[in-house]
Design a protein. Structure first.
Length: 252
């Protein structure tokens, strides 16, 4: 799966790489589900749009928060099929994290998982394949006020009840998911899935091609130019976002 990634490349370099405006971009060393993150859509490829990571289909009655979609079934699953057909996006990144189970200690106790950062050797930015949705949360149910809210002829009040609205409905929420596929030779040592990484020459087809063209792009990116190294378990917490997170540490 892809559950965390990095995007610390300066805005000017992202703009040169993707030919899109990244105004207001702040570097992140720990992009996590639920955060508002930049994506590039075919509707507005000239500017990055911030969306919440965790897709909710437009027909849903409640938030789904689906962070990944499997390449093998994305065209079939109800939650993803329409977005794959009509709303594909690029998810800029410059690395992603995977977690590996560590050997038990000498007493046989679990040592937990060690996070690894996977990136290109030169830390250049790239695009992960994404899909997005626009979801409008259902209007909250209204509740009737007490009997004293009903007017009567003696005090001139209205003869209808007041509705109380908690204000939680009505705003459209834009959300996205990252597609995953089989791992390449490097990631296979860390996890059984990896994000779909698009080559620069594939990005236009992903955004604007038909669904058959897009489906042909969902293969693992070659491992030749990629590296992986263990990093601090501080990255486990989405609340931690600091340059030190990407520094190599002992694999233990």
């Amino acid at each position: 799966m892809c559950g965390r990634y990095t995007l610390f490349t300066p805005a000017a370099d992202l703009e040169a790489r993707f030919d899109a405006d990244f105004g207001g971009h702040e570097p992140s060393y720990n992009c996590a589900p639920g955060q508002s993150l930049p994506v590039i859509t075919g509707e507005d490829p000239a500017a990055a749009t911030r969306m919440e990571w965790g897709l909710t289909p437009r027909w849903a009655d409640e938030s789904f928060d689906l962070i990944n979609a499997r390449a093998e079934t994305v065209r079939e699953k109800r939650s993803f099929a329409d977005a794959f057909e009509r709303r594909r996006c690029l998810v800029p990144a410059d690395g992603f994290y995977e977690w590996v189970e560590r050997p038990d200690d000498s007493a046989g106790r679990s040592s937990g998982k060690r996070p690894y950062r996977v990136a290109f050797a030169d830390d250049r930015p790239f695009a992960m394949a994404g899909i997005y949705e626009r979801w409008e949360p259902p209007e909250p149910e209204t509740t009737q006020t007490g009997l004293d809210a009903f007017g009567d002829a003696r005090n001139g009040a209205d003869d209808g009840g007041d509705a109380v609205d908690d204000g939680s409905g009505g705003d459209v929420v834009e959300t996205f998911a990252v597609l995953t596929t089989e791992p390449n030779d490097l990631v296979a040592d860390l996890h059984h899935r990896m994000a779909v990484i698009l080559g620069p020459d594939e990005e236009e087809a992903w955004l604007r091609g038909d669904s058959a063209e897009a489906a042909d792009l969902l293969d693992p990116y070659p491992a030749d130019d990629m590296t992986a190294h263990p990093v601090s378990t501080r990255v486990n917490s989405p609340a931690v976002d600091a340059p030190e997170l990407i520094e190599p540490v002992g694999a233990e």
